[in-house]
Design a protein around this ligand. Sequence first.
Ligand code: HAM
Length: 418
Amino acid sequence: MNDILPGSSAAWQHLEATLRDVVHAYGYHEIRLPLLEKTELFKRSIGEVTDIVEKEMYTFEDRNGDSLTLRPEGTAGCVRACMEHGLLHNQVQRLWYNGPMFRHERPQQGRYRQFHQIGVEAFGLQGPDIDAEMIFMTARMWARLGLQGAQLQINSLGTPAARSAYRAALVDYLHGRAAELDADSTRRLESNPLRILDSKNPDMQAVIAAAPRLPDYLDDESREHFDGLCALLDAAGLVYEINPRLVRGLDYYSKTVFEWVTDRLGSQGTICAGGRYDGLVEFLGGKPVPAVGFAVGLERLLGLLAAAGVELPVNEPHVYLVLSGALAEQRGMVFADELRTAIPGLRLQANCGGGSFKSQFKRADRSGAAFALVIGDDEAAQQRVLLKPLRERSEQESLSQQDVPARLQELLALVPAG
Ligand code: HAM
């Protein structure tokens, strides 16, 4: 579980604001959900025999003896909230959320026990157009962030009936090669055989390569849906790879699944993942409602932006106000607020706690500000101020205080945002 320190919070804000702009551009509305849900909700939604439910949930009993769990993901809680508040009756919902998720995994680069997702869910739409919209939205996120090189993988898991026919064929095949299975796969053979296809163990790859293929078991409806999605992606010129082994680690999916992956983050290379989960609302006791969504892992996305050398903002102040002398200190605090009113968006740090010119300039330098404004008692008495560039070797200027807003605005237009 990481602390996000002041040096990186501006990058987080930039990331969140950019992704928020994108989801708003598609007409999605924010939903804010509790961090805790009843344990049963996750067991039922994600699946009893998934890694998340078997090994990774932070579960405890509260004072009433109810079993609660810190959310390991956002979809289950989003569905629960929509059902509870009647948001799914003959209506379409396009929703998004942002916040921490908790999984007791083995921590490593890109894999944390508290991590953050921006998730998007759409309810009530069954065609492939909304699946495509989800994918367009993610592609736009990367473009807006200046990120290149993430690869899109898609697959169809079919309807539950198609999947269980496939599951039976796969189990049959794997039983025939039982001697070659590693311990993990042997364990999964009865509980969750599709996940064996996900195995990264090199010794398992020959067994996996010769396994029956999910696409060969797809029902007509799922195939048509998938073809429809591919046609929409083609029309948009989006490049994708059909990965018949993409199965996802949560049980609620049906039909479309997709992931955006990169090879620049080591073994935790999935920055975004999602898919359709048409059966979940009904499974949780509602009327059948088609649904599709995805979640972006913000730590991984930030890691990828850093690896790709994309410059991220740090939000240093534009201006540091140096104040020397009693009159300057008094007048200066008022002047600082006048400037903040005159220039929306101005980040101005005023010196507090006195100090010599030398020590104040040191603080100004450390603040990262591009300019210092200096008021000594002489300037204070004459309503003037010195403006001194801190990052380049140009001359300082003496200005009347009332001319400062216009001059600063002129100069700040030249300073890159952030
Ligand atoms: P997920 O694949 O479990 O799907 O997680 C989505 C993304 O969250 C991953 O691709 C990854 O970027 C990030 N992530 C997952 N676990 C960790 C971790 N331990 N540390 C850092 N990042 C992590 C879901 O959660 C589904 N609810 C997505 C969804 C929404 N499907 C439909 N709607």
